[in-house]
Design a protein around this ligand. Structure first.
Ligand code: UDX
Length: 418
């Protein structure tokens, strides 16, 4: 927002985060973010604070706190959203706009709008966020669409004008804009993520069928992907989806639909979740099979810990899950990841995590690729052979060329491909 010319103050309850951001240091890995953060701070238009009272004077207030999965339930935990709104209300002025970005169960915006308007002269809009980790800077500066969930009547007209001013740069570039009511805006976000998750699980289900028929799911994906109605993106079969959004969003959606008496409408999302989780079992089983059914004390190199490349995020990461489960089976696992090693060490101190690829590969009987970082995708047998003891590679992201590896004498095992 500061990059787009606005004067911005970022608030968080976490003092360590605020100190780090004030120094111009992001608290997580995101390509391009350090540069844009420092340049925005240098303009004087971006500051940070832990004091909610410092929002006074701002006219638009974005709510961007997390809505993780509740402990012991599939529903979303709204504690942070509620706390942020309660904390903000005393500092809102007449005519201000509160803009919800967090992914929330449908019906939340209506409830929060009641609190905001009763507690101040401000209005609320819901403006879901579609950015992808790894492309967050680009997706924020140049979003592929904007969705405004607006209150009815004049309040909605005023809120739209305020949002149009905020997003003037994107709108000038003809970014598609959809203006809706609150419920639609909330549902747009969860249904987008539910669709993406379904697309991935669809191709992973085809991988399961391919595995018992000898078919090749990567060729199948190419062939169906040429149909413009289907499209090749998000048809990457492999160890499945993870991260802070897709898994918890489909679960929260199921929980909310059940509360609304419409559980059956999205019951298929439970199958989507199950197919996804089965792919992790599949990769673990392939490694165990490659070790002759006896993983105990066998050396395994796990390439990747982040839930996807260009991120250090290990939330619900299939890669980390595979490493932890193989460790739990007694295998001598050494994992590595270009960016997520520190996070994985903190959460799973029992894992051996190497800083270099060579150290991860040393003496490995089996190599497992589970996050398709460019440095792993680009591996050739000759890069790996000086380190490993064995010649078996499990490609959990179907990102290597089987022909090349087999020609070099390796046992190559992909997911859903012969
Ligand atoms: C997702 C949505 O894409 C984004 O619009 C929303 O705002 C937040 O949630 P993100 O969590 O950053 O973004 O990751 P995404 O790129 O969607 O990937 C999610 C997971 O799916 C990753 O684990 C990825 O490895 C996996 N994936 C993706 C596949 O397994 N196959 C594919 O073909 C694509």
């Amino acid at each position: 927002m500061a990059e787009l010319g606005h004067e911005v103050i970022g608030i968080d309850v976490d003092a360590a985060k605020i100190e780090s951001l004030t120094r111009g240091e992001p608290t997580f890995f995101e390509p391009g973010l350090p540069e844009i953060l420092r340049s925005a701070i240098a303009t004087g238009r971006l500051t940070f604070s832990t004091r909610m009272s410092d929002v006074a004077g701002a006219s638009v207030h974005f709510l961007a706190v997390g809505t993780p999965q509740q402990r012991g339930s599939y529903a979303a935990d709204l504690t942070y959203v509620d706390a942020a709104v309660e904390g903000l209300i005393p500092f809102l002025a007449d005519g201000d706009l509160v803009v919800g970005k967090s992914t929330v169960p449908v019906g939340t915006a209506e409830r929060l709008a009641g609190l905001v308007t009763a507690g101040s002269g401000a209005q609320l809009a819901w403006n879901p966020e579609f950015l992808r980790e790894g492309f967050a800077v680009k997706d924020t500066i140049s979003p592929d669409r904007l969705v405004y969930g607006l209150p009815p009547g004049d309040a909605g007209v005023r809120a739209k004008a305020q949002l149009d001013e905020v997003y003037a740069t994107a709108l000038a570039k003809d970014t598609p804009l959809v203006t809706t009511d609150y419920a639609t805006a909330e549902l747009v976000k969860v249904s987008a993520n539910a669709f993406l998750a379904t697309k991935i699980s669809f191709i992973n289900a085809m991988a399961e069928i391919a595995e018992v028929t000898g078919a090749d799911v990567t060729q199948l994906a190419d062939a169906i992907g040429f149909d413009g109605r289907i499209g090749r993106r998000f048809l990457g079969a492999g160890v499945g989806f993870g991260g802070g959004c897709l898994p918890k969003d489909i679960r929260a959606f199921t929980a909310r639909a059940e509360e609304l008496g419409r559980g059956e409408s999205v019951a298929f999302l439970k199958e989507v979740d199950k197919i996804n989780l089965r792919r992790r079992d599949r990769v673990v089983n392939l490694v165990v099979d490659a070790l002759g059914g006896e993983p105990y004390e066998k050396r395994v190199a796990v390439l990747g810990l982040a839930f996807k490349p260009f991120s250090d995020d290990i939330r619900d990461s299939p890669a980390l899950d595979v490493a932890v489960r193989l460790h739990g089976l007694g295998a001598a696992v050494t994992a590595t990841d270009p960016e997520a090693a520190a996070n994985a060490r903190r959460v799973h101190p029992q894992l051996t995590i190497a800083d270099s690829l060579g150290d991860a590969l040393r003496d490995a009987e089996v190599v497992v690729l589970v996050t398709e970082w460019p440095e792993f995708r680009g591996l050739q047998p000759a890069d790996v052979e000086p380190f490993t003891a064995g010649r078996t590679i499990i490609d959990g992201r179907n990102s290597l060329d089987p022909v090349v590896w087999r020609a070099a004498g390796w046992t190559y095992v992909g997911l859903g491909r012969p």
